[in-house]
Design a protein around this ligand. Structure first.
Ligand SMILES: *Cc1c(COP(=O)(O)O)cnc(C)c1O
Length: 368
């Protein structure tokens, strides 16, 4: 079905940047530099600079970014890794993929990010790392999480797949962890035209190890110092990302404007909870998630009015058919119940004010 107000609008974004993106892609084809071409290095440098970080290592996707980082840190069988139960499956999948055990702790139900107060109780002598997820583009409360990681001598990785450009107390999120991973899945705030990902870190040794592992442990074309894997950032994807990165701040600002219109328009509706923004956070609103007990009816009503919505995520990790080998420390019932109430409203920089106001009007109409 064609929605008059879609959840996101990648076609519109392409139309706006068509010349830049077409020439970026054709340049890679013309130079046949498909693997490890100029654009890869250029993007890694530009993205590291954008995030005020020393290193960016381009990889094949955001899931590999998590897996490779844990491998590089020596996290594996026998280790426990603390993360949250409300995330895209990749965060937990990556922990399983390295042979470690995911430990799921509670979230704060205004920001939907890791609740720092619940971490300490989940730490055992097997705990190796904490992976907070900057979900929905909302930065986690990093200072208390950093303190706990430090006191317990744990690695602190962040899943930043939904938070390109988000800030904590005005500063880049890289500063608050050992490494942060990104996905450039097409629908993300900074999206490629296929799969792509990156790891960003200020640690020289970790960066060097990651570069080795992501490219066959290669020190030279046919010299391999360790066994690695093939998880490189494709040159065509890097070229697309280079064309888009200069627009990211403008897009994120526009997302904040849209979030403000939603916040204002929805704040007085009884039974509808809009997302909270703590004072430390400069979020980038990958999605704008409201909570209501009438979720399914509201979703249906908006659909009838040409408005597309989403649910992030309809099935929490502990309720997935795949859920085995997990240690569940979170309030499972609260989580499952909340998942029934979440609804993501249309959110993309290409939305006009009128479109946002239409969504607000329709929601107000639904409740009146
Ligand atoms: C998109 C996403 C990933 C996975 O990224 P891929 O590039 O699709 O592998 C990981 N974590 C979160 C929170 C995501 O949203």
């Amino acid at each position: 079905m064609e929605y008059s107000i879609p959840l996101l609008n990648l076609k519109k974004q392409y139309q706006n940047l068509k010349n830049d993106i077409d020439s970026a892609i054709f340049n890679v084809i013309n130079t046949t530099s498909f693997i490890k071409g100029e654009d890869v290095k250029k993007f890694e440098e530009a993205f590291a600079q954008y995030l005020n970080a020393s290193h960016c290592i381009g990889v094949a996707n955001g899931t590999d970014a998590l897996i490779l980082t844990m491998k590089a840190l020596g996290i594996g069988p026998g280790d426990e890794v603390i993360t949250v139960p409300n995330t895209f499956i990749a965060t937990v999948e990556a922990i399983i993929a390295v042979g470690a055990t995911p430990v799921l702790v509670d979230i704060d139900y205004t920001t939907y990010t890791m609740d720092p107060d619940t971490i300490q109780d989940a730490i055992t002598e097997k705990t190796a790392a904490i992976i907070p997820v900057h979900l929905y583009g909302m930065p986690c409360d990093m200072e208390p999480i950093m303190r706990i990681a430090k006191e317990n001598d744990l690695y602190l990785l962040c899943d930043g797949a939904q938070a390109h450009g988000a800030l904590y107390n005005g500063e880049s999120l890289v500063r608050f962890c050992d490494a942060i991973t990104y996905s450039f899945y097409p629908g993300k705030n900074l999206g490629a035209y296929g799969d792509a990902g990156a790891i960003v870190t200020n640690h020289n040794e970790l960066a060097a190890k990651l570069r080795l592992i992501a490219d066959h442990g290669r020190t030279d074309k046919y010299s391999h110092s360790i066994y690695g894997i093939n998880s490189r950032l494709d040159t065509i994807q890097a070229a697309v990302l280079n064309a888009k990165l200069p627009h990211l701040d403008k897009w994120n600002s526009r997302r904040r404007e849209i979030a403000n219109i939603y916040n204002q328009g929805l704040k007085d509706i009884p039974g509808l909870i809009s997302p909270g923004t703590p004072s430390y956070a400069t979020p980038v609103w990958h999605v704008y998630v409201i909570r209501t007990q009438k979720r399914n009816q509201l979703q249906e009503f908006l659909k009838e009015n040409g408005i597309q919505t989403g649910i992030h995520y309809p099935i929490p990790i502990p309720d997935q058919a795949a859920a085995v080998d997990l240690i569940i420390k979170c309030d499972h019932d609260l989580l499952s119940n909340t998942a029934q109430e979440l609804l993501s409203l249309p959110m993309c920089p290409e939305m006009t004010d009128d479109m946002v106001k239409t969504v607000v009007d329709k929601i107000q109409m639904f409740y009146s």
